[in-house]
Every structure is written in C-alpha cells, then in structure tokens.
Write a new protein. Structure first.
Lengths: 776, 280
C-alpha cells in the first residue's frame, strides 16, 4: 500500500480559478461572443392566476428580424431528430411546470413565461417585447398558506399539497403523542414564520443554446449540468447524445442555479431551433429577482414538552412551506426541513409533520440550507424560550440536551461517530467572552439596548436517505501523456471552491504537486454524472470519489511501472504507461490517457426507509454553534450586529481559507435573512425586484465575525471531510432573534426582523408582527 | 447618433444647454445611469464632468460655495466643510458608498430632487441658496423654494445649477444630521433629518428642521420649528416638537418602510436633536 504524500490537504492552496476571476480573464456566459448570435427575452404574465388567451403583435412594428415563439405552433411530440420537440414541461421531480404556458393554458404565477422573442440585438429584442402584448384573463389567486390549505381554488391535485411527510419516533398514534405531551411538566408552544429570500448571486441567470448538426449545445451559468441535460432530453425529445450541456464560469448560485437553469436552457433551445441561430439569454437583475426561485416562506408550529428537570419529554412540529406555483424541488426541500425540525436534541417521543403547498407565487426552490434554516429557526427559538423559563444558562441548557454518540435522532438514527457536539460547545464557550453591557448610548446620542443570543444546530451532509445510492455518482481521474492529471466530475465551481478542493484531493491522493492537476469545465459529453452540486455533498461525496479514483489510478500506474521497471515520478511513469498502451493499439486509453472511474459506494450499515422516514437520514452531520451580540438603537429601532462567533464542525478542513470563506459567507447570508432581507410580494408579484430595494447585507453590515473551524473527522469522507456549504446558513438567524429578545424582552418569532417590526413590537399593545414579505 | 458635448467652462455649458434644450445634462451619472435602460436613448448629452469651473469648495465671506460639480468625495475630504458645515460632510459620507461618492455630485443630487436625496434636508437646515445660470444670466434662489413637488423643481428648462451656497453658521448654532436607511451602506433613506438649532443660555432662539423621505419632496418642518422657538432645549420642548411634527407630516408606506415607523422615527430624531442641542 502506497501512502499518498502530496501534502495538499489541510493547506490553503490559492483558488485555482482566482487569478482569472480577479483579472477579468474568466469568461462568463455574457462575455461569450459567437457569430450570428441572437438575444432572447421573455414575455411574461402579469396576473398571478388566470388564462393565457393569446399574444397580440403590434402590426405597426417591424417584425422581419424577430423570432417569436409561443408554445403553440411548435412540433411537440415529434422529437428533435425530426425537427420537432419532445414535451412542453421542465422535467425535474414532476411534469407540472411548462416551459411556456400554451395559449388557452393556465397561468399560475406573475412573471410566468408565455412567449419568447429573439433578435439580433438585445435592444431590438426588448423593443419587440414592448410591442408584444399577451392577453390574459385573471382568476382569484391563492397567495397565503391558509388559502392554499382551504383548497377552494385548486392549483395542485385536490388539496394543493405538493408533498407531505410524517415522522414518528417513540409513538405509534397521535393519541400516544398527546399522552407523552400531557405527561410533560410544561409545554412551550410557538408559531414561527420566515420569509422568502433571494439568492442574489452576482452573475444573473445566463444561458446559450446552439443547434449544431442535430446536436443541441447548451452552455451557461449553472450548478447541475446533468439536471439541465435531463430536462433538455425531455423537452427536445432526443437521446442523451443529442444534447451537450456545458457549465461556463458561474458567478454564484446558492441553490438559485439548481433548478432554474433548466427553464432558461429550454427557452434558449426553443429560440435556437425556431431562429436557426445561436441564442443567448441573460436576465437583467430585476427579472432575475422577480421570476426565479427563492427560499421557501415557511410557517412552523412547534410544541416542546419539558420535564421539570429541563429534559425534553416530547416534540411535535408542524412544518408548512409555501412551494409556489409548481412543484419544482419543494418535496426535497421539505424533506430536509422536516428531517432537521426536531433539532439536535435528545427526545424519545417526536412527531414531525410537513407539507409543501401550492400557491400562486413564483415557485420557491433551492437555497443554501434547503429547508433546514426554516425549521432551525423554530426549534432554536423554542430552545431559547425553554432556557429562559427554566432559568438555565443558554449553553448549559443545550449542552445538557444535545445529541452525543449513541443517541438517536428523530428518525431513529443512532449516531456513532463524527458528532461534534462537545468540541463545538467547548470551542464556542471558550471564545464567548463576557456579554455586552445592557444599556448605553451610541454616537448619535441615542440610547441603545444590547443583548446576546445563542443557537446550536446540525446539518445532514449529502443527499437524504438512500439518495446517494440512487444517484450512484461517478468521477474520473485521468493521467495524460503531457504529465498532467485531470479530474472529470460534473460538480461545478460557482465560486465556492469546488475545483480547488478537487485539485487538492487529487494531488494528495496521487502524491503529485497540485500544479499537475487540472479540473476542466464540466460538459456532459466528457465528464461522468457525479450528481448535482448541492446538499453539502461536493467535497464529502464527490471529493471522496475523486480521492478514490486518484488512488486507484496511482496504484494502477505504479503497479505497471514497477513491473516494467520504470522509475521516476508518477507523471513520468504514467507517460511511459500511455506510450506502451499506444504501442499496443491504444484501445483502452480514455481521451488519450489512462483513466480510472469510480462510482459511489455507501458506507457500511446505512439503512433508510422512505416509507416510514426512519433510519439513517444522512451518512453524517455537521454541528455548529453560533453566538450573536446585538445592539438596538431605541430612537430608530435599527439593529447593529456587534459580534458573531460561529463554531462549525466540518470534519476536516481540506482548505482552511475556503472553509472559512464558506462559513463567513453563509453566516452573512443568514444574518441578512434575519434582519435585512425581505421579499415583498404584492398580489403575487415581487414588489421590490431590484437591488435598490431587495436588500442584502453589504460589508458595512457585517459584524465582527469570529469563525472557529472544528474538526471531528468523518471516516468515510476524503481525509475526514464532511459538508460545510449549508450549515452556516442554518442557525445565525435564530441566534439574532434570541439576542433581540434578550435585549428588548419581547419575542421575535418572524423573519425578517426589520426595524419596523421592532417598532411595532415595542409599541404599547404591540406584538412581534411582521412587515416583511413571506408567509402569511 | 447621440450627440455629445463636453464644455469646459460654465459659459460654454450654458451655451450648450441653450443650443440643445432636448439633450440630457450629465454630471457624475450616478442618478442618470440607473434609469438609462428604462428611458429612450437621448438625442444628445451635455457632459458637465470636464467643467473644472463647476467643481470645488471655497470660503466666500460668510458662506461656503460649492460648485455644482463638486463630488461627495470632495465634500467628505474638505476641511472647510468639516469646519463649517459638518452635517454636509456627514451626509456625504453616507451617500451610497465610496465609488458613488467619487462620481456623484451635489448638483446632481439637488437637480434630481428626490424625496430621498440625502443632502437635501441638510441644505434646508443650513438655509442654503442656489446659484443658477442660463443664457438670461445668473440668479440666486433660496434652496427652500427650489423643490416644488415629487422630483420637480423651479429650475428653468434652459438653466443649470452653478453652485450651492451655504451660510456659515455661528458658534451658537448646533448642527445635527441623521440618516435612517435600509442598511449600513448603499442604502436609500427611510427617514433622514437635519437640524440647525440656535441655542442661547439653554434657550432655543430658532430652529430649522429639514426632513427627507417623509413627503413627496424634502421639507422644512415649520410647525416643529415654531414649537421649538423661544423654548428651553429640554424634554418638554422636545415632546412639543414631536407633537407638532405629527401634525404636519404624513409619510407613506412603500416597499422600503411603513408610514407609522417613518413618523415615529422622524419624531425620535427631532427629539434627539433638541436634547443634544440642550446638552452641548
Ligand atoms: C448605487 C447608488 C447609490 C446611491 N446612494 C445614494 C444615497 O445614499 N443618497 C443619495 O442621496 N443619493 C444616492 N444615489 C443617487 C446619486 O448618487 C446622487 O443623487 C448623486 O448626487 C447624483 O449626482 P450625479 O452627478 O451622479 O448626477 P447625474 O446622474 O449626472 O445627474 C442627475 C440629474 O441631475 C441633473 N444635473 C446634474 N448636474 C446638473 C447641473 N449642474 N445643473 C442642472 N442639472 C444637473 C442631470 O441632468 C440629471 O437629471 C445613489 C446612486 C447609486 C447609483
């Protein structure tokens, strides 16, 4: 057995994509220029619910250079090879979302695509759009969770429920649950609301399609090339080989480029086919905010049965997510939400119910954390209230109740290893320092109130349950004759550092310097399907595949070279092996090199039952603690975040600077969700669809951030790594709300908590209502 | 083709404006460019950016004279502003962020005349005047008469703003400013207020309160000013000022904030200004 000696893991290798990005050499989709390019724009609905009655084209406008596409005069069902198309829907989990609403069809949300326009310039395309008027008939819309549940207006099935889940632990019937609750000494009950959140990636959605010799080539900004590939096969009615999807340099995703790029690719492809020219679509910011997916607004009802000694007798959670108009990814987001809803705390009797409901909002979808931030907010508010009524110090309370090895989660999963509870709590308690002084005056002479909040949480790494097995992700490592090694995986770098991590893992496993490793842009015609770039799985799962493929390759090359008596470094030996293979005819070369492809294999002992939602929900968890100090200006009710300490167990930090970046970025996004970010829906339309009004934090809003990397290695992750991408998003919002309650003595159970909400809560007779958008 | 002229003197700028009344006047472009995609391409542009005569801050007798093309960065860095009109410097520091401050000009802010233009309440509190230039000559108008309605001003079609003139306040005048925005930077104001309060022996001789984002245009709070005049700078007066203010402004609810919040905060700011004036 050769022990790898690359020495790359654990070092902060500079980002391999960094120089190109800061010098501007990196080409984003909008930078790409091709001959005969057309620019596409979308004609969108203006009603939240209704019918699309037709498109009127102004006869006074010169349409000679313009391509207009509606769903109607297209060759659905004929297939791409016959010059037609497949089916008019975006294939994801369901088939309910059309690429374009057909004339006579049902409009289900504002800003839904009705028609497409392409023109030789963007200005001309926009001018044409101004002369294309969709006729629509409005119907009553469903814009609140309770209206969806009442199902007087049916948007999905008979009950408007996209998906529901039920988790039962320690009881078989609702009566038994109620009995356990009744046996508690006190029951804390609370309802928690969170609003939608916009990903606000720097690069807006962008895509290009070229129909080239019967092959549809799609390139663009995306997280998951194979999701787009799957959707295109169905839309175009073609074989896998007739669509090639390439990820271009991607300026941020945060989940917002998980499912939506399939819609954009579909539109570009329809226009490319109709116009016979390559078509590019780049959303402007306002359209991107208005039309694309956001974090699900939620309402979570949480009952916490406490014994007199402070332990938990029973937990009962009812989770409802506003899924928006189409199913998209709501079932999986809800799944993660319910699986985290009981929190990382010991309790023998747990019930979690979850529903994702249909409304006439634009579809809500993937966003970093993927359902867990919503339920984490609820349970960490509950834990804070429990500590308060019990008179126990916040960390002591959580320390006492938190899961340790040997304990079971809500799904009955016995935690065996890589449980960071003790290390995380120790680290954050050591860093905590004294709480801020309660009262003071700021630089404006205004009185201020300060407080401190805490939160503890976990986040499952990788796909839920048997998801990774079903997915059966693959990755390839190739030794090339030029002395380089290539990592082929469909995981994308969207700024989070994936290709740097892959470079380090491959270099480590191969025992070569990282400069010899390259990670080409993923394209479906030359990288295997490693699964989507989501779910905090890229480093742990796909990185594990890269690690294993590289080790296998190294062993193979070394075995051959030992037998052939070839000495030298791995690149030299690989080159000799390739030369010998070419002499023998080169039959087993892959892309001119020696390649090893490996497929996902589950760690031993994984069992999951989808029917009962029991078993190992995730192969392992990350653990985190967050402490936030806040200051509220009593003149203006403005919140200053003074300090945030965030300790996160990541298993092993392959690249500490990147890990720190992930934690800091996720923390800032979570703090923004807590006190700044509000998506205001009016009649189903995003009323603040601009960067001016859809507020996200700037650097000036970021508190003093202290990031503590905790490492409790996961034996089945590469070098012990597990997920880091999402967990920082889960808990800080609850810590902020807890800090605000500590400072002001009134509860804040609705996100975002804007100064307007604080003002209302502090008015005589005021409760903590919400001005923010989101769930009703 | 869009026409383009870049005058280098005020006289040339006035002539260019007169020759092309339908062209767009461009200074830093930080207001104009935001709306560029939503506006027809202009017939031409008169670009004031190269007009050195319009840029700079000078002491002129008992006033500070700021050329209309003076950027917010110039204002932030000016020792004269820091010494004589510190609230203008404070407002400048909170406009956008450094990149915007390096391009955005005081003339642009005044001409756009947005209810959320951050310098405008300051100009009201300081009782600034504007120097305007046209082919018909120069005129001076008090800033308080300039903003006439929602983004409308008394600037004539062929006029340019040449300068903003700020009287230097005396030592007994307490100046205050506060912006309450949507976040800590790059932020549109929900409410902002500026005050000049003249205090002698603990008694407010007169006060000028300028407010933004609480009406269709930046306004002086006349009733609140009257409630302060002749009264001691204490809690009771502060309360009276807040009550008077409630009677004279009716802020709105929009995507950025709520009417009740805006009123409450506007009151709290004036209360604080009065109390701070009494303390110093
Ligand atoms: C990201 C961003 C953040 C911002 N933040 C703030 C903020 O926090 N607070 C704030 O108040 N503003 C803010 N603004 C708006 C803007 O920066 C200011 O209003 C700035 O002062 C405008 O000056 P300008 O020179 O860029 O104006 P321009 O855009 O060049 O012109 C604006 C208008 O003024 C006219 N004009 C300019 N100069 C003259 C003149 N001499 N005579 C006659 N008319 C003239 C132009 O014709 C035009 O109508 C922000 C803008 C951006 C893009």
């Amino acid at each position: 057995m050769h022990t790898p000696s690359g020495g790359s893991v654990g070092k902060s290798l500079p980002r391999v994509d960094g120089v190109a990005k800061v010098t501007g050499a990196a080409h984003y989709l909008d930078d790409l220029v091709v001959p005969r390019l057309r620019h596409g724009v979308t004609v969108r609905s203006t009603v939240a619910h209704g019918t699309f009655d037709g498109l009127d084209l102004d006869p006074a406008f010169d349409w000679s250079q313009i391509t207009v596409v509606t769903a109607d005069h297209l060759g659905w069902g004929q297939g791409l090879a016959a010059g037609g198309l497949g089916q008019n829907h975006i294939a994801m989990l369901d088939t309910d979302q059309p690429a374009l609403v057909p004339v006579g069809g049902r409009i289900k949300h504002v800003d839904e695509p009705l028609a497409l326009i392409a023109a030789p310039t963007r200005a001309l395309a926009l001018a044409a759009r101004a002369h294309a008027r969709p006729r629509q008939t409005a119907q009553p819309a469903v814009l609140a969770i309770d209206d969806a549940l009442r199902a007087e207006v049916k948007l999905y099935g008979d009950d408007n429920v996209f998906k529901q889940f039920l988790i039962r632990k320690g009881h078989a019937t609702d009566d038994e649950l109620e009995a356990a609750m009744a046996g508690a000494d006190r029951v804390l009950e609370g309802t928690y609301h969170t609003g939608a959140q916009e990903q606000m990636y720097i690069e807006p959605q962008a895509m290009m399609a070229t129909l080239d010799g019967g092959i549809m080539r799609i390139a663009g900004s995306m997280q998951c090339p194979y999701y787009v590939h799957k959707a295109m096969k169905v839309l175009l009615g073609c074989d896998a080989e007739q669509v090639v999807v390439t990820q271009t340099v991607t300026g941020g995703g945060f989940g917002g480029k998980e499912e939506y790029p399939s819609m954009l690719a579909a539109h570009c492809a329809l226009l490319a086919q109709a116009s016979g020219a390559p078509v590019k679509m780049v959303y402007d910011r306002d359209a991107d905010i208005a039309a694309t997916t956001k974090r699900h607004p939620s309402r979570v009802h949480h009952r916490l049965g406490l014994r007199a000694d402070g332990t938990i007798a029973a937990i009962d959670v009812d989770v409802i997510f506003d899924g928006g108009a189409y199913l998209t990814l709501s079932p999986v987001v809800l799944s993660r939400g319910v699986l985290h809803a009981a929190g990382p705390y010991r309790c023998d009797v747990v019930r979690v119910r979850g529903r994702a409901v249909a409304t006439n909002h634009p579809p809500h979808g993937a966003f970093r954390g993927f359902g867990a931030p919503q339920t984490t907010f609820a349970y960490e508010r509950q834990l804070a209230k429990a500590a308060r009524v019990l008179g126990v110090a916040p960390w002591d309370h959580r320390d006492r109740l938190a899961l340790r090895p040997g304990d079971t989660t809500a799904t009955g999963q016995v935690l065996e290893r890589s449980v960071g509870t003790d290390d995380v709590l120790r680290a954050i308690r050591e860093a905590a320092g004294p709480p801020p002084t309660r009262d003071g005056t700021n630089r404006h002479g205004a009185p201020v109130r300060r407080g401190r909040g805490h939160a503890f949480y976990f986040h499952g790494a990788g796909f839920t349950g048997s998801g990774e097995q079903r997915l059966a992700g693959r990755a390839t490592v190739v030794a090339r004759p030029d002395g380089t090694f290539e990592v082929l995986a469909s995981s994308t770098d969207m700024g989070q550092g994936a290709i740097t991590i892959f470079t380090q893992l491959a270099a480590e496993a191969l025992g070569v310097p990282p400069e010899q490793v390259r990670v080409p842009d993923p394209a479906t015609d030359h990288v295997p399907d490693s699964g989507p770039t989501v779910a905090s799985r890229t480093c742990m799962v796909v990185g594990g595949l890269v690690d294993r493929a590289a080790r296998t390759l190294r062993l193979r090359v070394e075995a051959w070279a030992d037998a052939a008596g070839i000495k030298g470094d791995l690149a030299t030996r690989a080159a000799a092996m390739i030369a010998a293979m070419i002499e023998r005819g080169g039959g087993d070369l892959v892309g001119g090199g020696v390649a090893e492809t490996v497929q996902y294999e589950p760690p031993p002992g994984i069992h999951w039952d989808d029917a009962t939602y029991t078993g190992q929900a995730y192969p392992c968890y990350g653990w985190a603690g967050c402490l936030v100090d806040v200051e509220v200006d009593l003149d203006t009710r403005e919140v200053s975040l003074l300090r945030c300490v965030h300790a996160v167990d990541v298993g092993r930090a392959i690249n500490p600077v990147i890990v720190r970046g992930q934690i800091e970025g996720g923390t800032v996004q979570a703090l923004g969700w807590a006190v700044l970010e509000s998506v205001v829906y009016r009649d189903g339309k995003v009323a603040n669809a601009s960067m001016t009004n859809c507020i996200v934090p700037t650097f000036a809003d970021v508190p003093d951030l202290e990031t503590i990397i905790v490492e409790c290695p996961y034996p089945y992750g590469p070098s012990g790594a597990k997920g880091v991408g999402e967990i920082p998003m889960d808990g800080p919002a609850a810590a902020v709300a807890n800090a605000l309650e500590d400072a002001l003595g009134v509860p804040f159970d609705r996100l975002p908590i804007l100064p307007e909400d604080i003002a209302r809560a502090l008015r005589p007779g005021g409760g903590a209502g919400g001005a923010g958008g989101g769930a009703a | 083709m869009t026409g383009y002229l870049r005058p280098t003197s005020l006289a040339d700028a006035v002539a260019a404006r007169a020759a092309h009344p339908d062209w767009l006047v461009l200074a830093g472009g930080t207001d104009l460019m935001v709306n560029a995609p939503h506006r027809p391409v202009p017939a031409g542009i008169v670009d004031l950016w190269g007009c050195a005569e319009l840029r700079g801050i000078a002491r002129d007798g008992e006033t500070l004279r700021l050329g209309a093309g003076t950027t917010w960065l110039d204002v932030v860095q000016s020792a004269l502003v820091a010494a004589h009109a510190p609230i203008l410097g404070a407002a400048a520091r909170e406009i956008g962020a450094p990149q915007i401050q390096a391009r955005g000009t005081i003339g642009g802010n005044v001409a756009t005349s947005s209810p959320v233009g951050d310098s405008l309440p300051v100009l009201l509190a300081l009782d600034a005047t504007l120097g305007l230039a046209s082919p018909r000559g120069r005129r001076v108008v008090p800033y308080r008469d300039f903003a006439t309605g929602y983004r409308t001003t008394s600037l004539d079609a062929d006029e340019l703003i040449a300068a903003v003139v700020v009287p230097v306040p005396d030592a007994a005048t307490r100046l205050s400013w506060r912006k309450v925005g949507t976040r800590a930077a790059q932020s549109i104001s929900k409410v902002m207020a500026a005050a000049a309060i003249h205090v002698e022996d603990g008694v407010i001789a007169w006060a000028r309160f300028g407010l933004g984002a609480v009406a269709a245009r930046p306004i002086r709070a006349a009733a609140a000013e009257a409630a302060a005049a002749g009264r001691p700078a204490d809690e009771a007066t502060a309360r009276a000022v807040a009550d008077a203010l409630a009677g004279e402004i009716r802020p709105i609810t929009d995507v950025r904030s709520a009417a009740d919040y805006r009123l409450e905060v506007a009151q709290a700011l004036l209360v604080r200004f009065v109390l701070n004036a009494g303390r110093s």
